[in-house]
Design a protein around this ligand. Structure first.
Ligand SMILES: Cc1cc2nc3c(=O)[nH]c(=O)nc-3n(C[C@H](O)[C@H](O)[C@H](O)COP(=O)(O)OP(=O)(O)OC[C@H]3O[C@@H](n4cnc5c(N)ncnc54)[C@H](O)[C@@H]3O)c2cc1C
Length: 295
C-alpha cells in the first residue's frame, strides 16, 4: 500500500572521511573545499541532511580527534576543546566554578541523549540565533580559534556570526573556545524560555556583572533568538556601568533591551512575546547575577 501524502526523504549519498589527526582533517577540508561539511555530534547536521536542506558530497567526521575534547584552566583562561560534549560541560567542576552561566545553559540543553553527543563547537558553528551555549560565552568575551592548512586565527566570538546559520569559518575547523577568567568578584546567570527544555529557546539570556563600591563596575548582557544572530545588549550595558545597584536602575536598563533586539515571529514564538519577555528576562538575570556577585 502506498501513502501519496507521505513524503519520505532520505539522506543523499555522500563520502564519509574520518581523519584521526587534526592535520589529516585540515588536509581533507582543503582538498574537498566545496561541497564539504564537518560533522561532530551530528545532532544538527544529520536532520538538515535528512531534510536535504544541505546535501554535501563529502562529510569530514571529527569524532576521532580526541585531542579536541577537553576543559582546562591555562593561567587566567578557561579553554574548551571544540569537541567537548554538552554533558561534559554539565559535569565539569571547572566550568561550574569559573563560568557558572555556561554550566546553567548545559542544564537546560536538550535531552540527556542529545547532550551526550552534541558538542560545544557544533553549537557555535551551527550558528543558530538561539544556540544555548552562546550567550554565556558572549558575556565572558570568549574567543574562538579557527584553523586551516595555512595557519590559525583567534577572533572574538562576537565577530564570528554573520546571520542565521552563517559565520566566518568558511572551511576552517573550529578547534578551541578561549574564555578569559577575571580575578575579582563577579556574578553570572543564564535562563532560557522554551516550551520545554528539549526545545529550542523562544528567548535565552545570559548576564555577567562585576561590582565595586555598590556600583556596577562591569555589565555584560547577551540574548539569543531575538535577532538574526546571538547579540550583546549594549544599550542595557551602557546604562548600568558606574551606576548604583538599585531596583530603579535595573528596571530602567532592562527596558532599554528593546533597542538592542529585532525579533521575528516564527514557529516558536511571536515578535511581541519576545520583546516583552526579553525585558523581564534581562531584569531577572541582572538581579540574580547581582545577588550571586554579592555572596
Ligand atoms: C532534539 C534536539 C534538541 C536540541 N536542543 C537544543 C537545545 O536545547 N539548545 C541548543 O542550543 N541546541 C539544541 N539542539 C541543536 C544541537 O543539538 C546543538 O546545536 C549541538 O550543540 C550541535 O552540536 P553537534 O556536535 O551535534 O554539531 P553537528 O550537527 O555535528 O554540526 C553542526 C554544524 O556545525 C559544523 N561544525 C561542527 N563542529 C565544527 C567544528 N569544530 N568546526 C567547524 N564546523 C563545525 C557542522 O559542519 C555543522 O554545520 C537540539 C537538537 C536536537 C536534535
Amino acid at each position: 500500500m502506498s501513502y501519496p501524502h507521505v513524503i519520505t526523504k532520505t539522506i543523499k549519498e555522500f563520502k564519509l572521511i574520518s581523519p584521526t589527526t587534526i592535520e589529516e582533517a585540515l588536509y581533507a577540508l582543503n582538498e574537498y573545499k566545496t561541497d564539504t561539511r564537518i560533522i561532530a555530534g551530528g545532532t544538527d547536521l544529520v536532520p538538515l541532511m535528512k531534510h536535504r536542506a544541505v546535501t554535501p558530497k563529502y562529510v569530514v567526521s571529527i569524532e576521532k580527534l580526541k585531542e579536541l575534547d577537553y576543559v582546562r584552566l591555562v593561567g587566567d583562561q578557561l579553554r574548551i576543546g571544540a569537541l567537548t560534549k554538552i554533558n561534559t560541560i554539565k559535569n565539569s567542576d571547572v566550568i561550574m566554578k569559573n563560568c557558572y552561566s555556561l554550566y546553567e545553559a548545559s542544564l537546560v540543553f536538550a535531552t540527556p541523549q542529545i547532550r551526550n553527543v552534541a558538542t560545544i563547537g557544533g553549537n557555535i558553528c551551527r550558528s543558530s540565533p538561539s544556540a544555548d551555549t552562546v550567550p554565556s560565552l558572549l558575556v565572558f568575551n570568549a574567543q574562538v580559534k579557527l584553523v586551516n592548512q595555512k595557519g590559525e586565527r583567534i577572533i572574538p566570538l562576537e565577530q564570528f556570526f554573520t546571520g542565521p546559520g552563517l559565520n566566518v569559518a568558511d572551511s576552517d575547523l573550529l578547534t578551541e573556545i578561549i574564555i578569559p577568567i577575571e580575578k575579582g568578584e563577579y556574578g553570572t546567570a543564564f535562563h532560557k524560555i522554551s516550551r520545554n527544555t528539549s526545545d529550542l529557546a523562544k528567548v535565552n539570556c545570559a548576564v555577567k556583572v562585576s561590582i565595586s563600591h555598590e556600583k556596577f563596575s562591569d555589565v555584560k548582557v547577551a540574548l539569543g533568538a531575538v535577532s538574526d544572530r546571538p547579540i550583546r545588549a549594549k544599550n542595557v550595558e551602557k546604562l548600568l556601568i558606574d551606576k548604583k545597584i538599585n531596583a530603579e536602575n535595573i528596571e530602567k536598563a532592562s527596558e532599554m533591551v528593546i533597542n538592542d533586539i529585532n525579533p521575528i515571529t516564527d514557529v516558536r514564538s511571536t515578535e511581541i512575546y519576545r520583546k516583552e519577555i526579553s525585558k523581564v528576562l534581562v531584569k531577572r538575570m541582572l538581579n540574580l547575577a547581582v545577588e550571586r556577585a554579592q555572596k
